[in-house]
Design a protein around this ligand. Sequence first.
Ligand code: NDP
Length: 386
Amino acid sequence: MAKILCVLYPDPVTGYPPRYARDAIPVIERYPNGQTTPTPTGALGFKPGELVGCVSGELGLRPYLEAHGHELIVTSDKEGVDSVFDRHLVDADVVISQPFWPAYLTAERIAGAKKLKLALTAGIGSDHVDLKAAAEHGVTVAEVTFSNSISVSEHVVMTALALVRNYLPSHQIADNGGWNIADCVSRSYDIEGMHFGTLGAGRIGLAVLRRMQPFDVKLHYYDPHRLAPEIEQTLGLRFHETPESLVAVCDIVNVQTPLYPSTEGFIDDSFLAQFKRGAYLVNTARGALADRDAIVRALESGQLAGYGGDVWYPQPAPLDHPWRRMPHQGMTPHISGTSLSGQARYAAGTLEILQNFFEGRPIRPEYLIVDGGQLAGTGAVSYKLS
Ligand code: NDP
C-alpha cells in the first residue's frame, strides 16, 4: 500500500460543488503536435467539466487509489513545519502538487521524505520541485505535458487584448454606473499593425503566435532553437538572435521562457529599459522570471503601458504583493492552466501516470522530467538542473 499526498488549491468560498455554467466540454483527442490527450484505463473518477482541481475534487483520484488499497491524503495546507503537507511528507510515497498552488519540494524537504519515489505535477511546470535534489534522491518527477498549454495560450491572447484595449478599467467604469467614454479610451488602442513577440516559442509560445496571426500583427520570436522554416514562413515570423533584439522592436511582448536558476529575475530594470516605451508585457510563464519591483517601476514611469499574466512569486501572493495594486495591470491568480477544460486533461493525465507507476508500466516519455537520477523525456529537452 502506498501513501499519496496530494496538495490542491482550496475549494470555492461559495461552496463545492458549484452549479456549472455549461453541461459539457468539447472532447479533445490530440494536441497540435499529434500527441494524444491522456489515456488512463478504466473509468475516470469524475465527469469532464467538473471542478476537480481543488481539495474536494481530489482530481477524481480516490476511486482508483482506494480500489487498489492505497491511502490518499488531500490538503491545501502546505506552508510551515506544522502544515498537513509537512506532517505527511515524511512517509509519503507519492506527492502530487500543482503550479497553481505549489507545494514547494525543496532539497531539504526531499531529503526528509525518505519514502518519496514520485513527485507528480498535476499540470505543467515542475520548477516548484528541486529537480537536482530529486535526481540525487532517485525521485521520479513527472508532469502532464501539453495538458493545459492551449488553455494558457488563450489566456495570453486575452490578456494582450485586455491591456491594449484598456478593457479592465473600462469594464470597471461600466460596473460602477459610469459612462465616461473619454476615460475609457484615453489608453485604448487597436492591436492591428502592432509588433507582437514571444520570448520562448515552445508549446505555449508557438500556440500564442498561431492565435495572434489573424489579428494582422507582425510576429516575432526569440528561442534558443529556431523553428522549422515552414512554420516561420506560414506565420510570417521574424526570428531574433537575442531577447534584447526582440524587445527593442515589439509593442507587445509575451514571456514563455521556462524558469531555471539561470533565467530567474532576467526581466530587470536594465532589460526593461531596452523595451519600446509604452510596450505591453504578458507573463504566464513564471513570476520569478521578473524582478518584482522593476515591473512596478516600469509601469509607474510609463516605460511599460501594461503588464498582465497569472504567475507570481511566491504563490499564493501575499496580500501586500505590489502586483495586486500597481497601475495598468491585468493580473489574475494563477488560473490560466486550470480552466475546467484544462483540469479534465491534467486530472486524466495524473491518473494515467499513477496507473503506469503502480501497475509497472513505463510512464510516457513526454510526461517524464526526472527519472533514474537524471533529466529524462521532456525533462531532458525542456529543463535544466542549473
Ligand atoms: P516548452 O518547453 O514547450 O517551451 C519553452 C520554450 O522556451 C522552448 O522552446 C525552449 O527552447 C525555450 N527556452 C529555453 N530557454 C529559454 C530562454 N532562456 N529564453 C527564451 N526561451 C527559452 O514549454 P511550454 O511552452 O509548455 O511552457 C513554457 C512555460 O510556461 C513553462 O516553463 C511554464 O513555466 C509555463 N507554464 C505556465 C502555465 C500557467 O498555468 N501559467 C501552465 C504551463 C506552463 P528549447 O527547448 O528549444 O531550448
